[in-house]
Ligand binder design. Structure first.
Ligand SMILES: [Zn+2]
Length: 512
């Protein structure tokens, strides 16, 4: 495992030496060394023991625990003397709604001749953004286990009808073929049969939405017009009704009443502070260092520990952002560009805080030269073995930002490496994604992808390697100062096809 990774690292180091040498002459002077010395394990431990305490109840978005965490982060930014640039001091308020399915008066009837299935609200899971009302609409059954049927299936087959499918592990590949055709066909409703009833029957889950943009609730649908209302129908009766139907159109009919969802406004907050740069020309350009301060909340019920403390995910990134702010704010010689310290809500709900920031940026994105997002930087006990003095970067060779980290790693004794599988696979899995899609060279740095207690209640602050986290944070501090002092901004790698769409976004944004 380790050997190929080392070989790849060597190849890329060579590549970057050829491509660009952003800071080969960089040395750590006395002023920066003093700042690095201010990054202390005990300081990180102190912050994280609060952020990840049970009192904050797992920092679910939105929740009182999340708000308390935000207030704490803002207080530390204030103490560091950062410039408040949010709409409310250090807070950048998001205007969102929680949309909750409304099951009052719910009705769903499927029938074929004498065979009638009346589903109750407890048999379904709802994914629909508006009220639905129809009567005796024809049903089209698509048998996803039949390859020939899936390939012959046409969008027109389901237009205006109710689509009935069963998706399971064996039919997933065919489902991917069918989904674009289903969207194009615009059925009145898509019903997914869940034989085991595993995803139905609980209280309806609310969905957080950007209230300004009324975005698609179907995360796979890029355009609002592509949205297809969906419900999941669980249980043995639903399965046997499904089994009894012939594939395709038949004399089966569906009727439904679903009330409009309840919508409640909520205002989760990103927390943002700026260390203003010193160069007259560059101080209105920005280097972002970010982390998400939310986590999963609490288990609904039961005995024992119910709190998802999220110490490593991503309390570790959050307290690193705080500690970096404290250390760099004490520099006597300010870096030339401005450094932005930013923590996001809602990562666990689907990268919501960073997505909101990319859509409603506090500072102009065309002046934002790069984003370094920190995730899971505390624990060294990776599922792949100990990760001491190691850090990996997602989208490792997508942009030249990585080379700043490698140089900083050489100077501070931290190996910055490309993970052979996960570096690319995880590029779209964290809060760098929406900034990257907006064109900003943006990456996530992590020590581990998987670790024991990942997304479990045992992710607690006592299990963090604070000495190592301080060492990695010093490396990050050096990289941030290098980025902020560099005349040349990071740029997407023209040679890597995986970076092509982000490069295009950059070009679109900077086209004048
Ligand atoms: Zn995370």
């Amino acid at each position: 495992m380790r050997k190929p990774a080392v070989l790849i690292l060597i190849c890329l180091t060579g590549l970057y030496a050829f491509q660009s040498a952003p800071a080969t002459k960089f040395t750590i002077g006395g002023d920066l060394q003093a700042a690095l010395d201010r990054i202390r394990p005990n300081s990180l431990r102190g912050d994280l023991s609060f952020i990840a305490s049970d009192l904050l109840e797992g920092r679910k978005t939105p929740s009182r625990g999340l708000d308390i965490a935000a207030e704490y982060i803002a207080a530390q930014f204030r103490a560091a003397g950062l410039e408040p640039v949010g709409d409310d001091g250090y807070f950048a308020t998001a205007h969102m709604v929680v949309s909750q399915p409304n099951l009052d008066g719910f009705e769903l009837k499927l029938s074929r001749g004498d065979s009638v299935l009346n589903a109750g609200a407890r048999d379904v899971g709802i994914n629909a953004s508006a009220a639905l009302d129809f009567k005796d609409t024809p049903i089209f059954k698509l048998d996803l286990s039949d390859q020939a049927l899936v390939e012959g299936f046409q969008p027109g087959d389901v237009a205006g009808k109710v689509l009935l499918v069963e998706i399971n592990r064996n039919t997933m590949a065919n489902a991917r073929i069918a989904i674009p055709k289903v969207r194009e066909g615009k059925p009145a409703l898509a019903i997914t049969i869940d034989r085991m009833g595993a995803s139905t029957g609980g209280p309806p889950e609310g969905v957080l939405l950007d209230s300004k943009e009324a975005e698609a609730k179907d995360p796979e649908a890029k355009n609002p017009e592509d949205r297809v209302p969906r419900i999941t129908l669980g249980g043995a009766a639903a399965a046997s009704f499904f089994d009894s139907l012939p594939p395709g159109s038949s004399d089966a009919l569906a009727s439904m009443h679903l009330a409009a969802p309840h919508e409640k406004p909520v205002s989760p907050r990103n927390v943002i502070g700026v260390l203003r740069g010193s160069d007259a020309a560059l101080k209105d350009t920005y280097v972002l260092v970010t982390a998400h301060y939310d986590h999963l909340g609490m288990l609904p019920e039961g005995r024992g520990d119910r709190v998802y403390n999220g110490a490593n995910d991503d309390g570790s990134g959050t307290v690193s952002v705080i500690e970096l702010a404290r250390a760099l704010a004490d520099l006597r010689q300010r870096p030339r560009r401005s450094i932005v310290f930013l923590t996001f809500f809602g990562e666990e709900e689907g990268l919501l805080g960073s997505k909101y920031y990319a859509r409603h940026p506090v500072l102009p994105l065309d002046k934002t030269v790069g984003q370094l997002n920190l995730e899971q930087v505390g624990r060294t006990d990776s599922s792949e073995g100990p990760q001491v003095s190691n850090a990996t970067v997602t989208g490792f060779d997508y942009s030249t930002l990585t080379s700043f980290l490698q140089t900083a790693g050489d100077l501070t004794g931290v190996k910055v490496y490309k993970h052979p599988r996960n570096s690319d696979a995880f590029f779209s899995q964290s809060d760098n994604l929406y900034l990257a899609e907006a064109g900003v060279p943006a990456h996530t740095l992590a020590l581990t992808f998987q670790f024991p207690d990942y997304h479990e209640v045992g992710d607690e602050w006592q299990k963090i390697d604070y000495e190592n986290m301080a060492k990695v944070d010093r490396m990050i501090a050096v990289a941030l100062v290098m980025l902020a002092n560099s005349e040349e901004a990071p740029r997407w790698n023209e040679e890597n096809p995986r970076a092509a769409k982000y490069l295009k976004a950059w070009k679109d944004r900077h086209a004048k």
